[in-house]
Design a protein around this ligand. Structure first.
Ligand code: ATP
Ligand code: MG
Length: 407
């Protein structure tokens, strides 16, 4: 991609009322633009990152046997009445049509999926069933000051599992815990599995929390150990010695990037979602739900991976693999050669910008590898990682070998 053609370009300063670091950096670097408070437009660079995050999540969900679908965002009011959530789900946007209808604007999808599964579920042979989607959610959040960490419109992966019995549910829940940790690792995040309240559904749930001061949550955890609990439910205090791990329990601010819940028969009861077991007896399906905030993850990655110059994307989600800064005419040829290899290139081909301006933009945008072609590089290419000051001189072939052999 030629940067001269890319929509839009970097800007010097984010709007002064944009207080969160993730939104400031993403706005300045040209990944997002704000529509209204809590609602953002995702621009070409931003969409590339969202798609990379989504695809990693997809791969991991598919590996558990789950099937992807896409559910309605305009939801049936009657279903929300059935679960008694039409009046009790505070953040539900209610939409009045110009005809007689009223709709819920999907903040979550139990009310859509459970009636849908009910149409097809008859026997224990239909179970277990794992269905997920990557969908825009709408929530009338009270505060939207954290950029894309808390949107009124945001992208979520939500999976719902249906089981014949608790033991089968437990097995899948444990598999999901492992799968979630894989996902966060692949995204370059250290997430801590944290005990949390089950809300209205069950006695407990598990949250995946990433430590950063930008977080709105707080956990008490055992560094290097296996204990972490949301402060909202924690029975122990900071400073107490850990059972397993290094030193005393610590408190930290965190971002909740994912949340998995046992739902029991709460929704199966509401919609009478039953199946016949092996003896022909009618039973209620046991359910679980598993959410991950995709746009929140993007914001979290920016909050965790940045420096004073800009963003530092992990390779796995970077919009392009390399940022080629062209400072002489030879750069066009190098761009073509790289494009013909396996490499995705963002090529700064502008002829009206100084080297300094181009380097500053490369640092702000945050692609993990910067390549420079100039008169000084004499037929070679200067390689620099975004998170290091060290430079190396390589031939184009060496660059290609290095990046294409990693695949
Ligand atoms: P929170 O406690 O932060 O409000 P939640 O517990 O209500 O979130 P869930 O219903 O569990 O959220 O949603 C699953 C995931 O979706 C969350 O773990 C989070 O990553 C993401 N998410 C929830 N609300 C938002 C939001 N307003 N903006 C962006 N992501 C969100
Ligand atoms: Mg949650």
């Amino acid at each position: 991609m030629r940067y001269s053609k890319l929509f839009p370009k970097t800007i010097k300063e984010a709007p002064s009322d944009e207080v969160s670091l993730n939104a400031q950096l993403l706005l300045r670097a040209g990944f997002i633009r704000r529509e209204v408070a809590g609602v953002y437009n995702f621009l070409p660079l931003g969409l590339l990152v969202i798609d990379k995050i989504s695809n990693i999540i997809r791969e991991e969900m598919n590996s558990t046997g789950a099937q992807e679908l896409k559910l309605a965002a305009l939801q049936n009011k009657e279903s929300w009445k059935t679960t008694n959530r039409w009046d009790s789900f505070d953040a539900l946007f209610k939409l009045q049509s110009r005809y007689e209808h009223e709709y819920g604007l999907g903040p979550t999808h139990e009310e859509v999926l459970v009636p849908l599964v009910k149409q097809s579920l008859s026997s224990y042979k239909d179970l277990p069933l794992y269905l997920y989607q990557i969908q825009t959610k709408f929530r009338d959040e009270a505060r939207a000051k954290s950029g894309i960490l808390r949107g009124r419109e945001f992208l979520m992966k939500d999976l719902y599992s249906f089981h014949a019995d608790e033991a089968d549910f437990d097995k899948y829940y444990e598999l999901m815990k492992k799968t979630y940790m894989n996902i966060f690792k692949r995204l370059g995040l250290d997430a801590i599995e944290t005990e949390a309240s089950g809300g209205a559904f069950s006695v407990f749930s598990h949250e995946y929390q990433v430590i950063t001061d930008a977080g709105e949550d707080e956990i008490i955890y055992c560094p290097g150990g296996d204990y972490s609990s949301n402060v909202e439910i924690s029975k122990v205090k900071e400073g107490k010695q850990c059972d397993l791990g290094h030193g005393p329990l610590k408190k930290a601010k965190t971002i909740e990037v994912g949340n998995i819940f046992p739902l029991g028969t709460k929704f199966s009861d509401a919609f009478d979602l039953t199946f016949k077991d092996a003896e022909g007896k009618e039973k209620k399906a046991i359910m679980g739900c598993y959410g991950i905030g995709i746009t929140r993850l993007m914001g979290t990655i920016v909050e965790v991976h940045n420096d004073e110059k800009g963003i530092i994307w992990p390779e796995s989600v970077s919009p392009y693999q390399v940022h080629l800064v062209g400072l002489s005419e030879d750069a066009d040829k190098v761009y073509k050669e790289l494009e013909e290899s396996c490499i995705d290139v963002l090529y700064d081909d502008r002829d009206d910008k100084s080297a300094g301006e181009k380097f500053a933009d490369a640092d702000l945008i945050g692609i993990p590898v910067r390549l420079v072609v100039s008169k000084k590089t004499e037929g070679k290419v200067e390689w620099k990682s975004r998170n290091s000051d060290k430079t190396e001189m390589l031939t184009v072939k060496e660059v290609v070998d290095r990046l294409c052999s990693e695949e």
